[in-house]
Design a protein. Structure first.
Ligand SMILES: *[C@@H]1O[C@H](CO)[C@@H](O)[C@H](O)[C@H]1NC(C)=O
Ligand SMILES: *[C@@H]1O[C@H](CO)[C@@H](O)[C@H](O)[C@H]1NC(C)=O
Ligand SMILES: *[C@@H]1O[C@H](CO)[C@@H](O)[C@H](O)[C@H]1NC(C)=O
Ligand SMILES: *[C@@H]1O[C@H](CO)[C@@H](O)[C@H](O)[C@H]1NC(C)=O
Ligand SMILES: *[C@@H]1O[C@H](CO)[C@@H](O)[C@H](O)[C@H]1NC(C)=O
Ligand SMILES: *[C@@H]1O[C@H](CO)[C@@H](O)[C@H](O)[C@H]1NC(C)=O
Ligand SMILES: *[C@@H]1O[C@H](CO)[C@@H](O)[C@H](O)[C@H]1NC(C)=O
Ligand SMILES: *[C@@H]1O[C@H](CO)[C@@H](O)[C@H](O)[C@H]1NC(C)=O
Ligand SMILES: *[C@@H]1O[C@H](CO)[C@@H](O)[C@H](O)[C@H]1NC(C)=O
Length: 508
C-alpha cells in the first residue's frame, strides 16, 4: 500500500453502496469461486437483525443490531487431508475497507460475534474457523496431523483473507481501499504471524494480549495450576479467598505508581508482602491465609523458586487476582493449558497434568511445533504498515526493537509499531453488552483503537496516546466512571491534574 494514499479523508470513503456482481445466493457465489472452494451458505440479512449459529460451538454467541448485509460461509480445501471454512459479512453500506478478526484459545470456529463488531464500523469482514471445529479448550484437532496443525497455525487465516478479499472486490465491483486486522489472545498471535509471513495482507494490525509464545504458554497454565493443587492439600488456596488477596494487592500496590485510584498501574514496581494475610491464632480462616498458603502465593507471584522447581515462564503479577478464578480453577489446571500441552505439544491425549515436570516442559519448548509462533522479529517487510498491540507484549516489542535497531533503515520502530498497556484491564474483554461496539459517545481516533489505527494508516498521524474509557459497572447507561491516557511503551501516564478520573489530568 503506497503511503501517498494516506491523505485521503476516510470520512469521504464511508457509505459506498455496492454494485454487486453476484446475488447473495449459494449458486451465484459458487459461480466465481476457484476450484476447491464451496459456498456452504448465503443469507441476506435486513438491517438491525440478530445472528447466531449454535453449531459454531466456539462462538455460539448472538450478534445483535447488525447492519443489512450478505452473510456467506465458504469451505476451502487446503490439502489432501484438510480443509477450512470462513465466514464473510458483506455490508450493504460499505466503508470501502476490509477487516479480518481472530480467534481465541484453541477455538476452531467462525467468530461471528467479533465479525459483527467490525461490520458495525462498515467493514467487509472475514473470520476463519482455523481448519477445525471445537471449543476454545479443545485440542483434539492436533491429533489430525500436520495439515490440520498447519491450518490452525497460519494457513487457514491467510487463505481465508486471500479468498475473502477476492470475493469482496467481486461483490462491490471495486478494489478494497485499506485492509485491517483485529484480534486478541490467540487472535493476537494470528495477527503477528500474518504480518511476519504475509506482510502485504494488511495495512494495519491491531493486536491485543497476544498469546504468541504458544509452546511456553501451555506449560505456564499447567504450572501455575499445579502450584495451587491438589485441592485437598494444606497449601491449596480456595477461589473463595482470591478476592481477599486481590484487595490486599490493591491496598499494597495501588499507590506505588504515585496515584491511589484503585488501579495498579505498575505491578513490576510493587514489592508485595503476602505475609500481611497470614492467619494469627484464633483468626477466621476464610479471612486470612495459613503459612503453606502464603508459600503458594509466593510461588504464584514468582518471588522465589528453587532448583527443584524452577519458574519456567512469567509469574503472575499482583493485580492479576481478579482473573484467578478463570486461570486457577480449584480442581485441576486450566483445561486450555492441559489440553494444549497434551494434544498439541505431546500429542498424547492420555497425558495427566500430575505428571508435569520441568524436563518435559523444556524439551517441548525446544522441539515442539513452532509453525504458529511469530518469532521472526525482523518485520521490516511490514514497516510501511502499522502494528498496534494494546496489551502485554513487551517481550515481542523488545525483540522487534532490538532487531530493527540493528538494521540500517531510515525509520524507527516507533514509526510503525506502538505498544499500549491498559492498567486495570484483564485479558481481552470487558463485556459492555452485545449491541455495543467501539466506545459509545467517543467515536474518534483518540478513544477507539480501531479508529486510531485507521487514522494512523490513512492519515499518517500516529497515536500519541489512546484515551481508555471505563463505564460505571460496565453499563453505558450508567455513564463514564473514568478516562485516562494510555501511553505508548515505554512511556507511562503521569498525573498532572487534580481529577484522576479525567483523561485531561494525565500526560505521557
Ligand atoms: C432494532 O431492533 C431492536 C430490537 O429488535 C429494537 O428495539 C430497535 O428499536 C431497532 N432499532 C432500529 C433503529 O430500528
Ligand atoms: C461442530 O461439532 C459439534 C459436535 O461437537 C456439532 O454439533 C456441530 O454441528 C459442529 N459444527 C460445525 C460448524 O460443523
Ligand atoms: C469441506 O471440504 C472438504 C474437502 O476438501 C470436505 O472433506 C469437508 O467435509 C467440507 N466441509 C464442509 C463443512 O462441507
Ligand atoms: C507440515 O506441513 C507444512 C505445510 O504443508 C510443511 O511446510 C511442514 O514442513 C510440515 N511439517 C512437518 C513437521 O511435517
Ligand atoms: C484494482 O487495482 C488493480 C491493481 O492496482 C487495477 O489494475 C484495477 O484496475 C483496479 N480495479 C478497479 C475496479 O478499480
Ligand atoms: C468467617 O468469615 C466468614 C466470611 O466473612 C463468615 O461468613 C463466617 O461466618 C466466619 N466464621 C466464623 C466461625 O466466624
Ligand atoms: C517428565 O514427563 C515426561 C512426560 O510425561 C516423562 O516421559 C518423563 O519421564 C518425566 N521426567 C521426569 C524426570 O519425571
Ligand atoms: C533479526 O531477525 C533476522 C530474521 O529473523 C535474524 O536473522 C537476525 O539475526 C535478527 N537480528 C538480531 C539483531 O536479532
Ligand atoms: C454498581 O455495582 C455495585 C456492585 O454490584 C453496586 O453496589 C452499585 O450500586 C452499582 N452502581 C450503580 C450506579 O448502579
Amino acid at each position: 500500500m503506497m503511503r501517498t494514499l494516506v491523505t485521503t479523508l476516510w470520512s469521504l470513503l464511508l457509505l459506498q453502496t455496492p454494485s454487486s456482481a453476484f446475488q447473495c445466493s449459494v449458486e451465484s457465489v459458487q459461480h466465481f469461486l476457484p476450484a476447491g472452494s464451496t459456498a456452504l451458505r448465503a443469507l441476506s440479512l435486513p438491517d438491525n437483525l440478530s445472528f447466531s449459529d449454535p453449531s459454531e460451538v466456539a462462538y455460539p454467541g448472538i450478534t445483535s443490531a447488525l447492519p443489512a448485509l450478505c452473510l456467506l460461509t465458504i469451505n476451502v480445501t487446503s490439502s489432501r487431508s484438510s480443509s477450512y471454512r470462513f465466514g464473510l459479512f458483506l455490508s450493504e453500506v460499505w466503508n470501502g475497507r476490509f477487516a479480518a478478526v481472530g480467534n481465541g484459545g484453541l477455538a476452531g470456529g467462525i467468530n461471528w460475534p467479533s465479525m459483527g463488531t467490525m461490520a458495525k464500523y462498515g467493514f467487509a469482514v472475514v473470520s476463519t474457523d482455523t481448519g477445525h471445529n471445537g471449543t476454545s479448550s479443545d485440542g483434539t484437532f492436533a491429533l489430525n496431523g500436520n495439515e490440520t496443525i498447519t491450518d490452525n497455525a497460519y494457513r487457514a487465516m491467510h487463505g481465508s483473507v486471500e479468498h475473502a478479499k477476492a470475493i469482496v472486490q467481486e461483490h462491490y465491483g471495486r478494489n478494497i481501499s485499506y485492509s485491517y486486522y483485529s484480534g486478541c489472545s490467540t487472535g493476537g498471535r494470528q495477527g503477528l504471524v500474518e504480518l511476519q509471513k504475509y506482510p502485504e495482507d494488511f495495512d494495519g494490525v491491531l493486536v491485543g494480549a497476544p498469546a504468541w509464545e504458544s509452546t511456553k504458554i501451555a506449560a505456564f497454565f499447567v504450572q501455575m495450576g499445579v502450584i495451587n493443587l491438589p485441592k485437598t492439600s494444606d497449601h491449596h488456596i480456595p477461589p473463595s479467598l482470591y478476592p481477599l488477596i486481590q484487595a490486599e494487592a490493591i491496598q499494597q500496590c495501588d499507590g506505588v505508581d504515585g496515584v491511589e485510584d484503585g488501579v495498579i498501574s505498575d505491578p513490576q514496581a510493587c514489592h508485595f508482602r503476602a505475609e500481611t494475610l497470614l492467619c494469627t491464632p484464633g483468626s477466621n480462616t476464610s479471612t486470612c491465609l495459613t503459612d503453606p498458603q502464603i508459600n503458594t502465593l509466593h510461588l504464584l507471584y514468582g518471588h522465589y523458586f528453587d532448583v527443584a522447581r524452577p519458574l519456567f515462564y512469567y509469574a503472575l503479577p499482583p493485580g492479576s487476582e481478579a482473573g484467578w478464578s478463570a486461570l486457577l480453577p480449584s480442581d485441576a489446571p486450566l483445561s486450555l493449558g492441559t489440553n494444549a500441552f497434551a494434544y498439541v505439544q505431546l500429542q498424547d491425549p492420555n497425558w495427566d497434568w500430575r505428571e508435569l515436570n520441568i524436563s518435559i516442559i523444556v524439551e517441548k519448548d525446544a522441539t515442539g511445533d513452532r509453525s504458529g509462533i511469530p518469532e521472526d522479529f525482523d518485520i521490516r517487510p511490514f514497516a510501511d504498515h502499522e502494528l498496534l498491540p494494546y496489551k502485554t507484549s513487551r517481550t515481542f516489542y523488545e525483540a522487534v526493537y532490538r532487531n530493527i535497531s540493528s538494521q540500517d533503515v531510515a525509520y524507527t520502530v516507533d514509526d510503525f509499531y506502538r505498544l499500549f498497556y491498559v492498567p486495570g484491564m484483564l485479558h481481552c474483554s470487558e463485556d459492555l453488552g452485545r449491541n455495543i461496539y467501539g466506545v459509545p459517545g467517543f467515536e474518534d481516533a483518540n478513544h477507539d483503537a480501531v479508529l486510531a489505527l485507521m487514522h494512523w494508516v490513512e492519515k499518517g498521524e500516529a497515536p500519541k496516546w489512546i484515551t481508555a474509557t471505563k463505564f460505571v459497572n460496565e453499563s453505558i447507561d450508567l455513564g463514564v466512571r473514568r478516562q485516562r491516557k494510555l501511553c505508548p511503551y515505554p512511556k507511562t501516564a503521569r498525573l498532572v491534574g487534580d481529577d484522576v478520573h479525567d483523561a485531561g489530568s494525565w500526560e505521557c
